[in-house]
Design a protein around this ligand. Structure first.
Ligand SMILES: Cc1cc2nc3c(=O)[nH]c(=O)nc-3n(C[C@H](O)[C@H](O)[C@H](O)COP(=O)(O)OP(=O)(O)OC[C@H]3O[C@@H](n4cnc5c(N)ncnc54)[C@H](O)[C@@H]3O)c2cc1C
Ligand code: FES
Ligand code: FES
Length: 485
């Protein structure tokens, strides 16, 4: 067992013990290493000022460097990672990197506070796409996690478009050498366990057996994955209520759980697999889910957040849940006693309350790829297009034959204490002709009448009902347009 976190920052090895392991990466960089180019504004993953690149290997994939929010990631999550900060971007001779040059020459920086974050996010894009100029839409999508208070977005996009592929220098290739990678991998193979009096304890097992044994021995510990929900709570000092064990067991180093597979029409997602990995895997197999994930948080969040974190968090406005309900997903819970698959609509027993035993860990989610006769759609409605929490989410899965619905699954989020299936509406849809506008209209009205959502800061009960009915109408219109195309 190890009791120190090992990582590299800008090509240099760091080994952290005790208190430092619990610090956020932004605090460690700024206060311990004096790498103050990484800025902190919101401290909750929303603005991207703190963006750095983090390189990690997965059990079934090579090293990948992705933008991450340094303000909510804890050092202990970075064990075995290579962090690249803005200080490493300029060339060793002091000349600017091509992305920095383009930002300067296109006036992409005004007060400059957001600029290091934008440069790092842009660099992340070009590290993966070094051979072609930026596609404006693609880069705008990639920068959804970066806010500029001086509203310099157009010059920033101009800068991205002005980056000349032939002049790009890979920071990863310069700093992430083969010997470094080998040394880092060797140093972090063993599981990690760190306990600090008054601060807490963290266990990072590397095998599923070890995870289940730890869970059995510590049923009061908190299971964590990407820490994007918990990281914000830590920053806001709410994570460990008085009297709780202050003990976290993380799944993110368990190799058996770090995978997304699509095999014989079934997608299986391990508890340690990130939403970014899921998005990439679904591009061809379940494109509608990939489309939904494009408006999930930001690339920075998706590089660490997991599907299982979203499922286990159990929020009634968790974006993936209506989609998983409509897809008929199942969630695997494991303990030393064995494994069982729970239909996702049986997992939630109340507001953020899950039907799992104290010794169980959620280990995998699986669902079938919609077949040729099926249609699957997922909608997220929020107040702004990017990086916003859902107001209402809805997903529909249906099978049809000769223009008539033969089977339907309908799920809504944001209209009750949990995401829910609507069996009465599903029954009404069965046997309905897709072309029968009047019937769909009547069912949409019934759907609205069947819901009793609450009014809150985001909107009124009435708005939620109208929106819910209109999402069904929108789905029906899209179906009709598809059939007549
Ligand atoms: C800036 C920002 C934007 C966001 N945007 C969105 C958004 O657009 N849509 C959305 O739905 N959410 C959003 N979120 C919330 C969050 O990112 C997601 O819920 C994410 O999927 C959580 O995954 P995680 O791996 O980070 O979970 P963690 O924070 O590690 O854990 C979340 C919860 O799940 C539990 N848990 C984790 N893994 C397991 C397991 N294997 N077994 C049992 N319990 C487990 C933890 O104890 C915790 O209660 C956002 C968060 C931030 C900070
Ligand atoms: S400081 Fe805003 S995302 Fe980290
Ligand atoms: S340049 Fe001022 S916040 Fe972006």
């Amino acid at each position: 067992m190890r009791d120190s976190v090992v990582l590299y920052i800008n090509g240099r090895r760091h080994e952290l013990k005790g208190e430092h392991a619990f610090a956020t990466l932004s605090d460690y960089l700024r206060y311990e290493r004096r790498l103050t180019g990484t800025k902190v504004v919101c401290a909750e993953g929303d603005c991207g000022a703190c963006t750095v690149l983090v390189g990690r290997a997965g059990s079934d994939r090579p090293w990948r460097f992705e933008p991450v929010n340094a303000c909510i990631v804890q050092m202990l999550q970075l064990d075995g990672s290579h962090v690249l900060t803005i200080e490493a971007v300029a060339q060793p001779d002091g000349s600017l990197h091509e992305v920095q040059r383009a930002m300067c020459e296109n006036h992409g920086s005004q007060c400059g506070f957001c600029t290091p974050g934008f440069v790092m996010a842009m660099l992340g894009h070009f590290e993966h796409h070094p051979h072609r100029p930026a596609d404006r839409k693609e880069i705008a999508n990639h920068l959804t996690g970066n806010l500029c208070r001086c509203t310099g977005y157009l010059p920033i996009l101009d800068a991205a478009a002005d980056v000349r592929p032939e002049r790009l220098q890979s920071v990863v290739a310069r700093l992430h050498t083969e010997p470094l990678q080998r040394a880092l991998t060797e140093s972090t193979e063993r599981p990690l366990s760190i306990a600090v009096e008054g601060r807490g304890r963290l266990d990072a097992p590397t095998t599923l057996d070890a995870l289940l044994s730890l869970r059995a021995a510590h049923p009061d510990a908190r299971i964590t994955a990407g820490n994007t929900d918990l990281g914000v709570m830590i920053n806001k000092q709410k994570l460990w209520p008085a009297g709780s064990s202050r003990h976290a067991i993380t799944t993110h180093k368990v190799a058996e759980l770090d995978h997304v597979t699509v095999h014989e029409g079934v997608v299986t997602v391990g508890a340690a697999a990130t939403l970014g990995a899921l998005e990439r895997a679904c591009e061809t197999s379940v494109p509608e889910l990939a489309k939904l994930l494009r408006v999930f948080a930001s690339p920075q969040i998706k590089a660490t957040a997991t599907l299982m974190g979203n499922v286990a968090n159990g929020s009634p406005i968790g974006d993936t849940l209506p989609a998983l309900f409509a897809l008929g997903a199942e969630v695997e819970a494991q303990s030393l006693r064995g494994a069982r698959w729970i239909p996702i609509d049986a997992l939630y027993v109340g507001y953020r309350a899950l039907s799992i035993a104290p010794d169980e860990v959620l280990t995998r989610v699986r669902f079938s790829v919609p077949g040729d006769v099926a249609v699957f759609r997922a909608y997220k409605v929020c107040q702004r297009k990017d990086l916003d929490i859902s107001f209402v989410g809805a997903s529909f899965y249906l099978e049809r034959s000769a223009g008539v619905v033969t089977r339907a699954r309908v799920a809504y989020g944001g209209v009750g204490p949990t995401v829910m299936r609507l069996p009465a509406i599903e029954a009404r849809l069965q046997g309905t002709a897709i072309s029968d506008t009047q019937a769909w209209d009547a069912i949409a009205d019934e759907l609205a009448a069947s819901l009793s959502p609450r009014s809150d800061l985001r909107g009124s009960l009435e708005a939620r009902k109208i929106l819910s009915a209109n999402l069904l109408r929108k789905f029906a219109n899209e179906l009709r347009a598809e059939v007549s195309a």
